[in-house]
Design a protein around this ligand. Structure first.
Ligand SMILES: Nc1nc2c(ncn2[C@@H]2O[C@H](COP(=O)(O)OP(=O)(O)OP(=O)(O)O)[C@@H](O)[C@H]2O)c(=O)[nH]1
Ligand SMILES: [Mg+2]
Length: 280
């Protein structure tokens, strides 16, 4: 699987280094860390340095965007984290699902760490676009942190006081994932890597290849196509024909059809899909 880049994608640009320094400094001001992962790809969306950065600080994992991940995947990931003794909350920050769970688990972890504070001062960390700011707004009950559907929206830390017992520190996304191709693909599929630095045609074709493997029926049903014995590229062309993505000359508008496939997957129009499962 090869991605064509319009420029070199650095896993660790300067603002990420600044973010890491900022997280280290901010740790002293909080009594718990909320590590936000994308429930569709919890391992791929984990920053591999986060545990080193936060050290012994109390932590809960939040599997966000569970409205987009499969029920089976959610169950398996929850038991995976629980078996590693990590408290985990399944959440949809856009729907407001799972919030009470966060409060209960945070209280439990803080008590266990012997901290007596009444207020929960939480630093919310995670890679770009996993929904950190949306989650904070959801807990706060109002839109205090800027959130948008592209990576790199939050550029500086910001304290948000929620009406309840929470004070929440929003942080910019940091990104140092595992460096294998599957992780890179998953992150690109879920929109963590800016599409501007990727070839969307290749990306959509790779996504189709993945969907054939994990949810072939959903792929056929959504686009009303037959995928038997077809290559991902042929399937992309079939979708283009179905959706009228043809240029005046009759040639396939690869850019348009690719954006349709990526956008519909990311919005959950093909169903609730988990891209990766724990090994156990
Ligand atoms: N479907 C779904 N979308 C979500 C959820 N949470 C956040 N989003 C969407 O994901 C996109 C990114 O959300 P942000 O809150 O800006 O993400 P972030 O982690 O703060 O991103 P950076 O500031 O760039 O690091 C937005 O379009 C949100 O609406 C969720 O639970 N479900
Ligand atoms: Mg943000």
């Amino acid at each position: 699987m090869v991605f064509v880049m319009t420029e070199n994608v650095s896993w660790f640009p300067k603002h990420m280094k600044d973010s890491e320094d900022l997280l280290k400094k901010s740790l002293k001001a909080v009594n718990i860390v909320f590590e936000v992962l994308d429930a569709r790809a919890p391992l791929s969306s984990k920053d591999m340095n986060i545990d080193r950065i936060i050290g012994q600080k109390a932590k809960i994992v939040i599997l966000n965007k569970c409205d987009l991940s499969s029920n089976d995947g959610n169950k398996k990931w929850i038991s995976f984290f629980n078996s590693g003794d990590t408290e985990v909350a399944l959440v949809s920050a856009v729907k407001g699902d799972g919030l009470k769970n966060i409060t209960n688990l945070a209280r439990k972890v803080i008590n266990k760490a012997g901290i007596k504070n009444k207020s929960i001062r939480a630093m919310v960390v995670g890679i770009p676009n996993v929904g950190k700011s949306t989650l904070i707004n959801c807990i706060a009950g109002e839109k205090k942190a800027k959130a948008a559907n592209k990576p790199g929206v939050t550029r500086a830390k910001q304290w948000i006081k929620a009406k309840s017992q929470f004070e929440l520190l929003d942080t910019p996304g940091i990104l140092r994932p595992r460096e294998d191709k599957e992780t890179f693909s998953n992150l690109a599929f879920i929109g963590t890597i800016n599409d501007d630095v990727l070839d969307v045609g290749t990306l959509a074709s790779n996504l189709i290849e993945k969907l054939i493997e994990i949810v072939p029926e959903e792929l056929c049903a959504r686009f009303k196509i037959d995928i038997k014995d077809k290559t991902p590229l042929e399937i992309l062309e079939n979708i283009a024909a179905k959706r009228g993505c043809l240029l005046k000359t009759g040639i396939v508008d690869y850019m348009r059809v690719s954006n349709i496939v990526l956008s519909e997957f990311r919005k959950g129009k093909l169903g609730k899909i988990t891209l990766e499962y724990p090994d156990c």
